[in-house]
Design a protein around this ligand. Structure first.
Ligand code: ZN
Length: 321
């Protein structure tokens, strides 16, 4: 278990007391909590009701193995501790700005890192991942957002272009328990010393789901090349709880504080699209012929064995006479 990751997640979660930073509009405040939540998005943001939307459910019928899917290469992900990341609460998630020296390769273009953020559920229902696997939610999901720096000068220019963004997604599940102490002051922004961002990713970087989708918050531009790692990363129950209970959508002095929970979008229809996977799935189908083969060979071996014993016995008997 990458210990550093746990530490970073708790730092992210424990900024907790972080209330929404200045300049928030009611729009971002109401993204997940409005009267109809996400159902109301398309009215104001037409792309949200359009095609190529994310997140989606990964299920057998839409998965297709692609042997050309190489593991990604991470450039500059190991950020020295002398550098600092800025962490803010933007009213619907906790966001950490990344260094422009960080990029990923082995995609159709070179993509430069912009920010990372998290999606989670609530303390009664820890099912806050956006992508699901076979209909199953994970506890939370980490997104590392990159833009196509070969074609566009910055993320703003890239975010509404079809080949503009690439997001890495890590599914988080509750695993080992570690003790964290929760003492935090109220900040608007927090500076986090640099660390190796690759430690936030699972060990198996070669196994992932790849598909073309969208931003999961308004304006939902269909501009994202998604890479969702197959293997989840474990976080502790305490860290998850910190994430689920300690963040607020409202500003510090708001008389009606609004907890930041369930900031994930529901899975979207996946009209006649495929998800490409870099790994082979073992199904029950090839197991049966294998098992049958095993049974047949055991039977043949037994018959041969009996025949040999009989032959030897016969030969001995014959010799005795
Ligand atoms: Zn996200």
């Amino acid at each position: 278990v990458p210990v550093n990751f746990l530490q970073k997640i708790s730092e992210l979660a424990l900024i907790s007391v972080l209330t929404a930073s200045e300049g928030l509009t009611n729009v971002s405040l109401l993204i997940h909590t409005g009267p109809d939540g996400e159902k109301a998005w398309p009215k104001k943001y037409p792309f949200c009701g359009g095609v190529f939307q994310s997140p989606i459910d990964f299920h057998k019928a839409i998965l297709q193995y692609d042997s050309n899917l190489l593991p990604l290469e991470f450039i500059g992900y190991d950020v020295p501790s002398t550098d600092q990341f800025t962490l803010i609460n933007n009213g619907h998630s906790v966001k950490m700005y990344l260094s422009p020296a960080m990029s990923i390769r082995n995609l159709p273009f070179e993509y430069t890192a912009s920010q990372l953020h998290l999606h989670w559920g609530n303390q009664n229902k820890s099912e806050g991942s956006e992508h699901t696997v076979g209909g199953k939610h994970f506890a939370a999901e980490l997104h590392i957002v990159h833009y196509n720096s070969e074609k566009y000068p910055d993320i703003t220019a890239a975010m509404d272009k079809a080949d503009g963004l690439a997001v890495l997604a890590v599914l988080l599940e509750v695993g080992c328990r570690i003790f964290i102490f929760c003492l935090f002051r109220v900040y608007q922004k927090v500076l986090v010393p640099g660390f190796n961002v690759q430690e936030l990713l699972p060990d198996r970087l070669d196994e992932y789901y790849r598909y073309e989708g969208s931003l999961t918050t308004p304006p939902c531009y269909p501009s994202v090349l998604w890479t969702v790692f197959r293997h989840p990363v474990k976080i502790s129950q305490e860290q998850l709880l910190a994430l689920e209970t300690a963040m607020y959508c409202t500003e510090r002095d708001d008389p009606e504080p609004l907890e930041m929970v369930d900031n994930f979008r529901n899975v979207q229809d996946f009209h006649e699209r495929l998800v490409f996977i870099s790994f082979l799935v073992l199904t029950l189908v090839p197991v049966f012929p294998l098992f049958l083969g095993f049974v047949v060979s055991v039977v043949i071996a037994c018959v041969l064995g009996v025949l040999i014993i009989l032959a030897v016995a016969f030969w001995l008997l014959k010799k005795k006479r």
